[in-house]
Design a protein around this ligand. Structure first.
Ligand SMILES: Nc1ncnc2c1ncn2[C@@H]1O[C@H](COP(=O)(O)OP(=O)(O)OP(=O)(O)O)[C@@H](O)[C@H]1O
Ligand SMILES: [Mg+2]
Length: 216
């Protein structure tokens, strides 16, 4: 079964900043795919298009073999998808770390007790229990990265979209991210400038060039 199918996608930002021209991509369920590309070529834009946060001018996108066009289609798909934004400041917005990690679960109607158990488990796994009552905004970059990753993994998404998770973090955080990817049984698409990290964590790799994706 296919997880992500993109056909002839064209996208430009207002002002005619052309990002994708007839981009195609096909990722199977269970595939762990990596994207490498220079700065400014469209990795983050692709993640935003896949989650319906941006709309393409033309082309088709299917998730789990269902065409997604309308906001209602994306809403359904987002229940099974976890997007880690490149900048953790785009992800974190609540007054405490524990509230931020629990946010989606509570929003989906899970009890505080159940959500709290999952938050505790992830905080323990990531070694960030001491940060639970802290203000996310005050954390270091690496700490923010772990908190935002916990907020994504807490829903156990089938599709994991990670936009440059290893940028600006130390070896210990990279190791935690690698372990999360290894333990993830679903599908994953990750962007990174770190070739070694992509080799270690991905089953297939793509390079974004000339406004299209090419398999490496
Ligand atoms: N909101 C926006 N409005 C206009 N242009 C934008 C906007 N966001 C991004 N761009 C432009 O679109 C192109 C792709 O940007 P994007 O952020 O997707 O690249 P990227 O590959 O993720 O880069 P990086 O490696 O630096 O994270 C760039 O030329 C960028 O300047
Ligand atoms: Mg980016």
């Amino acid at each position: 079964m296919k997880c992500i199918t993109v056909r002839d996608l064209n996208f430009s930002y207002p002002g005619n900043i052309d990002v994708f021209r007839d981009l195609n991509l096909c990722i199977d369920v269970g595939e762990k795919a990596g994207i490498s590309a220079p700065n400014g070529t469209g990795k983050s834009t692709l993640f935003l298009l896949l989650t319906g946060l941006l709309k393409a001018q033309s082309g088709t996108l299917s998730l789990w073999e269902s065409t997604v066009t309308k906001e209602t289609d994306f809403k359904k798909a987002r229940l099974k998808t976890g997007l880690l934004f490149q900048d953790p400041d785009d992800q974190l917005f609540l007054p405490t770390v524990e509230e931020d990690i629990a946010f989606v679960l509570l929003n989906r109607g899970q009890s505080r007790q159940e959500a709290g158990k999952k938050v505790d488990m992830l905080c323990k796994q990531f070694g960030i229990e001491h940060l639970k009552k802290r203000v996310p905004f005050h954390l270091s970059w690496g700490q923010k990265r772990l908190v935002s990753l916990a907020g994504v993994l807490v829903t156990e998404p089938e599709l994991l979209l990670l936009d440059e998770p290893t940028a600006g973090v130390d070896d210990k955080v990279i190791e935690i991210i690698q372990t999360c990817i290894e333990n993830h049984t679903g599908t994953m698409l990750v962007s990174s400038h770190d070739k070694h990290f992509l080799e270690k964590t991905c089953t297939t790799r793509y390079h974004l060039t000339n406004q299209r994706l090419e398999k490496c």
